[in-house]
Design a protein. Structure first.
Length: 319
């Protein structure tokens, strides 16, 4: 830019034909710019503005030089060259203005693209949030379906399928660690009379009350399930010796035998409980449950409340 300024001021005194070349601004900006990126366009815009400002200064200097030389009585040739200098600078300014307009259009297009991208991103985020919400609903439904498949609809207790799975795991742990296990088989006495006399709605209320009492008295590591009808199964993890198992069965008897209020009714149902202990009374799921079932029938027939399985009495074998 300084070369342009000096040439513009000295052209009136120098008839050298090369003065026009000296007056041509250095690093001219091409008229047709390639389509730069948004960042490049911003840089190009700053460069164009700088060149326009420089050309404006050069043009002002050339005009002032023309006025001064005319005032000093310069020759027509010197004035003509000074005018040509001004025209060259004006041409450069116009080219810069055109380039600046092109850069401005590119910037405008880039901003429009960014806005469209922001809108698309907002839509994508909304779609993602909707998809996540749908996934959560689907997972909730799946969990609920799984829960229902493993729990009794009337009492909310685990069903026989879930109980068998937990009993299988418990046997594996007991084998590995040398623990004992106990399975209680509970059957509600006179429950059929409750159903026949007061209806199934009252019968369901009784089952729900018994289930709640069982849940309130089982330990966290134990499992109680509804086996179907008026039957329940209770798995005790590592309960200790048989005396402790009998003590827990007695507590269960007293708990369930308390009156149950259903509307205006006050009903009493008592359980018969059969007990089988691992590993003496069975070493697998079926063996333990069958032994507890047999002991329950013994307790029911003897009206003793509960009974432990006695393998010798149940199957005395050959004489």
């Amino acid at each position: 830019m300084n070369a342009v300024r000096h040439a513009g001021l000295s052209c009136l005194d120098t008839p050298d034909p090369s003065v026009e070349n000296e007056l041509t601004p250095d690093d001219p900006i091409p008229t047709h710019l390639p389509a730069p990126s948004l960042e490049q366009a911003l840089e190009q815009s700053q460069e164009v503005k700088a060149k326009v400002e420089g050309c404006a200064e050069d043009l002002s200097a050339a005009n002032n030089a023309v006025k001064r030389k005319i005032a000093e009585g310069a020759t027509t040739l010197s004035a003509h060259k000074a005018l040509k200098t001004g025209e060259a600078v004006e041409s450069t300014v116009q080219a810069c203005a055109d380039d600046l307009h092109l850069v401005t259009e590119i910037l405008s297009d880039g901003i429009d693209d960014l806005r469209r991208t922001e809108v698309a991103l907002a839509h994508a985020q909304t779609a993602l949030a909707d998809a996540e919400a749908e996934l959560e609903v689907s997972q909730d439904k799946e969990r609920e379906a799984t829960r229902r498949s493993l729990h009794d609809a009337t009492t909310g207790l685990p069903n026989r399928l879930l109980f068998d799975d937990r009993l299988s795991q418990a046997i594996s742990l007991a084998d590995r660690h040398g623990w004992t296990l106990a399975v209680m088989f509970l059957d509600l006495d006179r429950f059929k009379w409750v159903n026949d006399t007061h209806g199934h709605a009252v019968g369901d209320a009784v089952l729900q009350a018994v289930a709640q009492r069982l849940q309130d008295h089982v330990r966290q590591e134990d499992t109680v399930c509804r086996n179907g009808g008026d039957e329940f199964l209770y798995l005790l993890m590592n309960p200790g010796d048989r005396a402790n198992v009998e003590r827990m069965a007695g507590l269960m008897l007293d708990c369930i035998a308390q009156p149950i209020a259903v509307g205006d009714l006050e009903l009493i149902v008592k359980p018969s409980i059969g007990i089988a202990v691992f590993p003496d009374d069975g070493r697998d799921e079926a063996g333990l449950i069958n032994s507890a079932d047999a002991a329950m029938y013994r307790a029911k027939s003897s009206m003793s409340g509960f009974a432990l399985f006695d393998a010798i009495e149940a199957d005395p074998g050959p004489p």
